[in-house]
Design a protein around this ligand. Structure first.
Ligand SMILES: [Zn+2]
Length: 376
């Protein structure tokens, strides 16, 4: 197998970890599922392949038996900074590109502190729907919200952001349409009525789509990438709407071509479709996440083969989608290198490429492509 352990990864999509790392067994399991029903972590996570793999890896790190009990006993003896430092350093990270809007920032390590402990760089993206929600709650007036929103998106790089991110797939789906201002205003009125206790979960299609188009114009002007959640996600997602082929109208717009589009999480299980889009459209890039979605190695080999089989490596980027605990960022990195190494070795064995070419492709996926896309 091609050894890629020497390549420091740019993790092009991940989240901060929690300030409080102390957790019991049910809490720990809960970090490793997207299912919202509590019976899933309780009854089924211990019988899931990736979780059993994770426990075996952690047992090796801690030098203990591979039971949850033994591992968590040692883990809870470490202070939080030490835990982060240990896993982030072992992951060999060059840069973490963070979505700091989730989990809630006051519950998390700051990007700066994570970078310090991990001896790595950090960069951040701006999550569009969170910004929309905040402004709607705060201003409650359509024109005012649009003005403030547009202002917040201008000069994004000077404000410290290297990308925008959209989770519209979770809310109203990736088929982002064009609506008139009147339609957006009446959708806005409905959103106001949905504010409860000062909170809003924006799921109002004409309004979200309208505001997204403003962001796309901004991104195109600033040549800023936009990450889209696609495919596998939280329990509340309607996966039918998360198929990246729905983005066609946005991808076809000529005036949006300067905006690079990143399809997150290998669009799983629409991986072949997302990889195809990245192969065809010059401004589309494909993210390969190796910790979330929660799939086992065989499935990771499958989507990595599908991606590398059709998409240039200069369109592929590694991520962990790590969140909550540093084990995720670490596990993503060791898995990513290992799975990509195995697939490239298969391609060497099939006489598709030679050793040197394979290493160069790996370097692009794990490191170089992201440097270009996000201008790190
Ligand atoms: Zn994410």
């Amino acid at each position: 197998m091609l050894d890629l352990s020497g390549i420091p990864v740019v993790d092009n999509h991940c989240h901060p970890v929690l300030l409080n790392q102390q957790v019991d067994a049910p809490g720990f399991r809960n970090y490793f599922t997207e299912a919202s029903d509590p019976s899933v972590p309780e009854k089924h996570i211990p019988n899931t392949v990736y979780y059993l793999w994770l426990l075996r890896q952690l047992a090796t790190i801690y030098g203990c038996p591979n039971t949850e009990e033994d591992i968590l006993a040692i883990r809870s003896g470490l202070d939080d900074d030490t835990l982060l430092e240990r896993f982030f350093r072992a992951a060999n990270i060059d840069t973490l590109i963070l979505d700091p809007a989730f989990p809630l920032p006051h519950t998390c390590y700051s990007p700066e502190h994570m970078g310090q402990l991990g001896h790595c760089r950090t960069a951040r993206m701006l999550r569009l729907e969170t910004l929309m929600q905040q402004l709607i709650i705060q201003y409650q007036n359509f024109d005012e919200v649009v003005d403030r929103y547009t202002l917040a998106l201008t000069n994004a790089r000077e404000q410290g952001y290297c990308a925008f991110k959209s989770i519209v797939a979770y809310r109203t789906g990736l088929e982002i349409s064009e609506w008139s201002k009147d339609q957006a205003v009446s959708s806005f009125q409905e959103a106001l009525l949905a504010i409860r206790n000062g909170q809003l979960r924006i799921a109002h299609k004409p309004l979200i789509d309208y505001l997204l188009h403003i962001a796309f114009q901004q991104a195109a002007e600033q040549e800023l990438p936009v990450q889209f959640h696609t495919g596998y996600g939280d329990g509340d997602t309607d996966m039918r709407l998360g198929n990246p082929l729905h983005l066609r109208d946005v991808l076809e717009r000529k005036d949006y071509q300067p905006m690079k589009v990143v399809l997150l999480h290998e669009s799983y299980p629409y991986s072949q479709l997302g990889a195809y889009l990245a192969a065809i459209y010059p401004h589309v890039y494909f993210d390969l996440s190796y910790m979330i979605p929660f799939v086992d190695r065989l499935e990771m080999l499958a989507f990595t083969r599908q991606a590398l089989g059709v998409t240039p490596a200069s369109k592929l980027m590694y991520s962990s989608d790590g969140i909550h605990v540093p084990e995720m960022h670490w596990a993503g990195a060791i898995r990513g290198r290992s799975v990509i190494g195995q697939v490239l070795q298969e391609m060497i064995d099939a006489d598709e490429i030679d050793q040197e070419q394979a290493y160069d492709l790996a370097l692009q996926i794990l490191h170089d492509t992201a440097y270009t896309v996000y201008r790190l």
